[in-house]
Ligand binder design. Structure first.
Ligand SMILES: O=C[C@H](O)COP(=O)(O)O
Length: 245
């Protein structure tokens, strides 16, 4: 399966950061994997213009379930497409925690995104306490079932498994732990989507760096990565991309 490497800039990046996209274009050339960069909303349009005719695809970090209306401060899926985005990250644990996003809200956002023509990266993952209590597979399974809408297919959705305790901490699950969760996700995708479930890309996210990327990409059912901090600088992100290619 062609791998998908997505960078989530989170709330980082000013106009000057677009130089990283220019640099990434130069460093990755004709990469043998799909490369997505998700800058903050304010940079999407210019990032899309800069990455035109390159292998770098631009995505967003959230969208609202509704198409338009009295929703101060929110951004619709159609607006993202209009600005040049082709992907959107949904249900990131930071949004689940600080914006009270439930699985049902994530699913409704995914419906809107699919309707607008965006490919969704739906994030799921357990907390440290949930893992320590032996509940990681159940938690991830519940989030997956609740967050994936009926409109989902391998052509418009990837899943990102991001253990909350691994995000920005430098802690990474063992390869065996990653494989165990990814294989349970694959099984659930096949139960829900039949044969098409085999084609959905399952990304790993949480402290992915140039130094650990190759080992993670060799793991079974790991079809790419969702990268936070290490996606901010083109040089390190490009090293992760070459580990995937
Ligand atoms: O969306 C990306 C993840 O939250 C991972 O972030 P990180 O690579 O900085 O740990």
């Amino acid at each position: 399966m062609r791998k998908l490497i997505a960078g989530n800039w989170k709330m980082n990046g000013l106009a000057s950061s677009l130089a990283e996209i220019e640099a990434l274009k130069g460093l990755t050339g004709k990469a043998a994997c799909d490369i997505v960069v998700c800058p903050p909303f304010t940079l999407i349009e210019n990032a899309a213009k800069r990455s035109k005719d390159s292998t770098v695809i631009v995505g967003a970090q959230d969208c609202h379930p509704e198409a338009s209306g009295a929703r101060t401060g929110d951004i619709s899926a159609g607006m993202l497409v209009d600005a040049g985005a082709r992907f959107v990250i949904l249900g990131h644990s930071e949004r689940r925690a600080s914006h009270n996003e439930t699985d049902a809200i994530v699913a409704s956002k995914a419906v809107a995104a699919h309707k607008a023509g965006l490919t969704t990266i739906i994030c799921i993952g357990e907390t440290r306490d949930e893992r320590d209590d032996g509940k990681a597979i159940d938690v991830v399974g519940g989030q997956l079932r609740g967050s994936m809408p009926a409109s989902a297919a391998s052509s418009n959705m990837a899943i990102a498994y991001e253990p909350v305790w691994a995000i920005g901490t430098g802690l990474v699950p063992t390869i065996e732990e990653i494989e165990e969760v990814h294989s349970s996700i694959r099984q659930m995708l096949e139960e829900r989507l039949g044969d098409d479930g085999r084609l959905v890309r399952i990304l790993y996210g949480g402290s992915v760096k140039a130094s650990n990327a190759a080992a993670i990409f060799r793991a079974a059912n790991v079809d790419g990565a969702l990268v936070g901090g290490a996606s901010l600088k083109a040089a390190e992100f490009a090293e992760i991309i070459s580990a995937a290619a």
